[in-house]
Design a protein around this ligand. Structure first.
Ligand code: LLP
Length: 427
């Protein structure tokens, strides 16, 4: 469910025509729907309500303060993975007791910063990190709460670059080493091992890996308790997939069905770290057509958004639906299937102005023949869009706008050329 829909052949975000936003704020532009954002957080809250989970929105997905503030006000905590993300989370109204801190390479100063803010749990990914955490906590006279992140060694389930629970990735403790590692800190007054964490990968379109992961987790929780660690938290991470193509994703309830019974059995507090599920379909990337070009037997649609705005297609071969905000007469608004042959369209590569052959948003995509100035929407761009954007080719980062019913407001201004060089002048 999202609030980007065609009304009388005109794409709206909630009640606002998208072209109007492009005219007002310029392009490339990220447009977010408040109702969609809160709806998806609500879906997870509802699906898991019976175990009263702590939902820690994974701020790496989209860290815009205004979006994070809405989520925080709606009850969400945060999953952070750097000092910068912690800073963002705190500035968005997050409080330490609802923040979990992940990542394989936390620095001492990041750990101290997190301890100062009394973060709920550090998700610990190696033996060396666990001992370092205890040392840093001792240095500041505190005891750090820790969840051991286990790599449950499951079959591949998503893109190789984002699968985090297969053998041989840098994440988590190998499942057969967790107990030995845990033994090493029994009785250590500066680290309290109170949780077990896993994040299986992203995006995951089936509940099966969670079922397999949680089963392995239950066994470990028993063993850790036998050893004297008072495990009271099971953190199942994020990873819930979304609709990028058609209706391929599972509802939150499908994941709840396999996770909730295990949480009850383990008598643990459940933590979840969803990112994409909450914000992915709450945002689109809006761009304008610059030129059409034919070369080497291929058609190119050159528009003003590029790989620096949305890197997912070139990095992961990701599919994003793309369609004009106001399609020409005779064309669907929008098509049912963006991957099928669509009458009155031409197969085109949707590319941007960046100087790389890998600068594309789509390849061989059926799209109408458009003209300069036409507005295009790239859907499902709310997650890992702006968050992974860069200034490559010295392109100022896009603006971001939030729509709420018939109202809209800028939530990040477009960067300027001055922004690009300022840190080099301030030396
Ligand atoms: N928790 C941890 C420890 C994570 O590493 C991640 C994502 C999440 C939660 C949130 O996962 P989500 O619910 O959003 O699937 N850039 C890639 C995705 C990388 C995911 C990194 N970790 C993409 O654009 O597909």
């Amino acid at each position: 469910m999202d609030h980007f829909h065609y009304r009388n052949r005109i794409l709206h975000c909630e009640d606002v025509p998208v072209r109007q936003l492009a005219d007002l704020y310029g392009t490339p532009l990220f447009v977010y729907s408040k109702a969609t954002l809160l709806h998806h957080l609500g879906e997870i809250q509802k699906a898991f309500a019976e175990v009263d989970p702590l939902i820690c929105y994974s701020i790496k997905t989209n860290g815009n303060l205004h979006l994070c503030r809405l989520l925080s006000e709606a009850g969400s905590g945060f999953d952070v993975t750097s000092g910068g993300e912690l800073y963002r989370a705190l500035n968005a109204g997050g409080s330490g007791d609802k923040i979990v801190f992940a990542g394989v390479g936390k620095t001492d100063s990041e750990i101290r910063y997190a301890l100062e803010n009394d973060v709920f749990l550090f998700n610990v990914e190696s033996e060396a990190e666990l001992h370092n955490l205890a040392d840093v906590a001792r240095g500041v006279g505190k005891a750090a709460g820790a969840a051991l992140r286990v790599n449950p060694d499951l079959p591949p389930k998503t893109h190789a670059k984002t699968d985090t629970s297969v053998k041989g990735v840098k994440f988590g403790l190998d499942i057969d080493t967790v107990l030995d590692v845990a033994k090493g800190v029994v009785g250590n007054p500066h680290v309290r091992v109170v949780g077990l964490h896993m994040h299986l990968g992203s995006p995951i379109l089936s509940a099966k890996p969670y079922q397999e992961g949680v089963a392995k987790g239950l066994i470990l929780i028993d063993r850790l308790r036998d050893m004297g660690h008072p495990i009271s938290v099971l953190n199942m991470g994020g990873g819930f997939g979304i609709h990028y193509r058609k209706r391929e994703a599972q509802p939150a309830s499908a994941f709840a069905e396999v996770i909730v019974p295990a949480v009850r059995k383990a008598k643990c507090r459940l933590v979840l770290e969803p990112g994409r599920f909450i914000v992915g379909n709450a945002g689109i990337l809006v761009s304008r057509v610059l030129f059409l070009k034919e070369s080497g037997g291929k058609q190119f649609l050159i528009q003003d958004a590029a790989m620096n705005d949305l890197i997912r297609p070139t990095l992961y071969d990701s599919f994003h639906r793309i369609w004009p905000a106001e399609p020409p007469e005779g064309l669907p608004a929008p098509p049912d299937d963006f991957e099928a042959e669509i009458p009155q369209t031409l197969k085109q590569d949707v590319v941007g102005p960046v100087c790389e052959s890998g600068d594309f948003l789509a390849k061989d995509r059926c799209l109408p023949v458009l003209k300069r100035g036409d507005v295009l929407a790239t859907f499902s761009a709310g997650a890992y869009g702006m968050a992974m954007s860069s200034n490559y080719n010295s392109r100022p980062r896009a603006a971001e706008v939030l729509v709420d019913g018939g109202r809209h407001r800028l939530i990040r201004r477009r960067e300027t050329h001055e922004d690009l060089i300022r840190p080099e002048l301030e030396v």
